[in-house]
Design a protein around this ligand. Sequence first.
Ligand code: ADP
Length: 586
Amino acid sequence: MSGLPVADRRVVRRSVLRLVTEDGRAVALVLVLHSAAAVAGLAPPWLLGRIVDEVTAGGGTAAVDRLALAIAGCVLLHGLLARYAQYTGHRFGERAVARLREAFVARALDLPISVIERAGTGELATRSSVDVTTVGTTVRDVTPVMVIAGTQLSLLFGAIFLLHPLLGLVALVGLPSIVGVTRWYLRRARSAYLAEGAATAELTEALTTTAEGARTVEALRLGADRVADGTRRIGRLWATRRATLALRSVFFPVVEASYALPIAMVLLFGGLLLEHGMVTLGEVVAAALYLQQAIEPLDRLLQFMEQAQRGLASFARVLGVGQSTGTAATPAAAGAPRPRAPTSAGPGRLVVGGARFSYPGGPEVLHGIDLVVLPGERLAVVGPSGAGKSTLARLLAGIDEPREGVVRLDGVAVTDLDPAERCRRIALVTQEHHVFIGTVRDNLAFAAPDATDEQMRAALLAVHADWYADLPAGLDTQLGDGARELGAADAQQLALARLVLADPDTLILDEATAALDPTTARRTERALAAVVVGRTVVAIAHRLNTAHDADRVAVLEDGRITELGSHDELLRAGGAYAALWRSWHG
Ligand code: ADP
């Protein structure tokens, strides 16, 4: 299962071209240097041929010495030029890889949450590690080698033609089989390597989730199950690797044979031409040496063609991350400007109209929700587990888009809002509070990069984060693994302080205190009480005292709102809420 798209060839080609043209001068310099190095590399075989001819003609040692000295000079020049060419090439590669990585991170951060949830973090992790590295290696190491090899080969074959056109023609006999088998190989390689990449991602995903859920695995004794699942996935990966290996095992032997053939033919025909006095012995020797010299670049070219193929497959997967059209990202994907909701008026009016929703491949969870949340109102949503409360919260926060109907904030569909704007205006508060590795300041700055230290301290104070006073280095204290670890309530307060700084006008609280122990829950509630002032609040209420304190209560049962009114009204009505309240009060 791969939830993220893979870019098509056209997009990949355009991106490769952009990568080259963005740094056009460096690429031109690399080409010039490599060509010069290749020309310097061509001279020795020709000079060696000259030595053979000199000796055959009975020339003196002085001429041979001169030629030998010229060979040494050419070798030295070739080495120097090749070194600078490689140096320039690597610098270009590093710059290109840096640009790629930056673009990848930007694209990954732009992904709507629902897309990441559907794709799985393993998929994204593989693309950001294995695939980006493969592309990096391809750009940095493979492309320069292919450029060098290509230049060398054109010059080598050109040189053989110059020695004698017939020798040149004979030298080409190996090419048809090389071209044929390469085309055969490349046609199959793309899909085979994509399959291998997908199987690797699935395995990574399985291993990551097992590691993350190690406690659950242990508690429920799922060890054997997870091992069996891992074995199955390894089996699938093994099958895809076998497929790519099968391709290589046809490709390389054919190519090897195609190298030997032209050398034999050049010697054979060269002998015939020599007998007819059409070439000298030195020219035949030079041609054979050129062909021998061509093996190495040809080998590298073909070998790296495979690597380049892998690189292109990975590049397609990397670029695919930017092509994700999540349920919450349609206008951006289409390149349309996102409307902005009016911002000056404080909390907005949240309207849900005829909203229906189902998770991919699942039954309908919400069956036509109509709801208006007034600016500044506190609305509690209660109902049995599985009724769709969390799903409604996700729709209200714009994480998912209703399949039918709309969720609007001040007249603008929340999923149409620019993601930054949406985050600024609506916040979904769940129980998951991640403390990022870094300082307290880093952790708070996510929400408000421009916040001053004073504002940060005020935010922590507002949510009653008393622990802040004990921190050794204040805002500069390191948090997270290996540094200061925060308890559940402290982490929640940090998250709420972040919320105070982000200052959204609408809060969707989902199970914010449900699974916490009573002391932690009380501390969190106190912190929350400080945060909710002056904002519109929709609280998914798991404890009825939340509902009691709210302005209105909506009862959600089986994906429908069955009751809506104030606590007192609903009690008087004597419906489901009244029954719930009575049973809760025992
Ligand atoms: P509640 O918050 O009221 O307990 P939820 O909104 O979590 O209810 O769930 C409503 C229904 O949607 C349930 O049947 C649940 O199984 C299903 N559901 C919730 N999350 C997902 C998901 N990510 N994928 C598929 N189905 C889901």
